[in-house]
Design a protein around this ligand. Structure first.
Ligand SMILES: CC(C)(COP(=O)(O)OP(=O)(O)OC[C@H]1O[C@@H](n2cnc3c(N)ncnc32)[C@H](O)[C@@H]1OP(=O)(O)O)[C@@H](O)C(=O)NCCC(=O)NCCS
Length: 171
């Protein structure tokens, strides 16, 4: 198995859209209303939206390739705000998603390492993230990777309100 991580560019737009929709739907289809979920992925991973994000200087995307095939991605977002971390020199890990069939092969860990290297190179001292409180598997992955919970935030979602754990790791 050959695993590689590369910085994504504008030519990866459709790959990010495809991975974005697929992995998000896979991650939450059992817990979410299908309409809410489909509406969210259609909006959040439209070609126009992802193109704009790829061009945004605050966004850095990485694509993970397993034997040359895109199998996961991650996104760092600079200058976003986490209520629990107001005084820290921190960057957000906004997305880290791996295809269901490719999970458990070290792709998430490699994506995270690459994000940490990039964050350090940009001068950040902390990575923070928000993870849905019901996403127990991801919370275990983050805890195993050294993240600790520092707070909670509410977010509007479909017709309801969800709670995210805010977690961070010092670089
Ligand atoms: C969370 C996710 C990115 C992890 O990626 P992955 O490629 O499956 O994880 P890895 O194989 O790199 O595992 C890295 C370490 O975390 C551990 N780990 C991963 N998932 C785990 C889980 N569900 N429970 C416990 N440990 C877990 C692995 O055992 C491994 O530990 P080790 O280094 O001691 O062997 C991936 O499972 C995923 O895409 N999940 C769905 C999307 C999602 O929820 N993303 C986060 C949204 S906030």
């Amino acid at each position: 198995m050959n695993l590689s991580i590369r910085h994504a560019n504008i030519y990866d737009k459709n790959i990010i859209c495809a991975l974005g929709v697929t992995t998000f739907y896979e991650a939450y289809f059992e817990q979410d209303d299908s309409h809410d979920l489909a509406n969210y992925v259609t909006e959040s991973f439209s070609a126009a939206r992802i193109e704009a994000e790829l061009k945004d200087a605050n966004s850095t995307f990485f694509v993970a390739e397993l034997d040359g095939k895109a199998a996961g991605y991650a996104k760092l977002r600079e200058n976003s705000e986490a209520e629990c971390l107001s005084n820290e020199n921190a960057v957000e890990l906004q997305r880290i998603y791996v295809l269901e069939r490719a999970k458990g092969r070290g792709i998430g860990a490699r994506l995270l390492n690459r994000c940490a290297e990039t964050a350090r190179a940009k001068g950040y001292e902390t990575i923070w993230l928000g993870v849905w409180e019901k996403n127990a598997a991801a919370i275990r992955f983050y805890e195993k990777s050294g993240f600790v919970k520092v707070g909670e935030v509410q977010f509007p979602y479909g017709k309801s309100v969800g709670t995210n754990h805010v977690m961070k790791i010092n670089l």
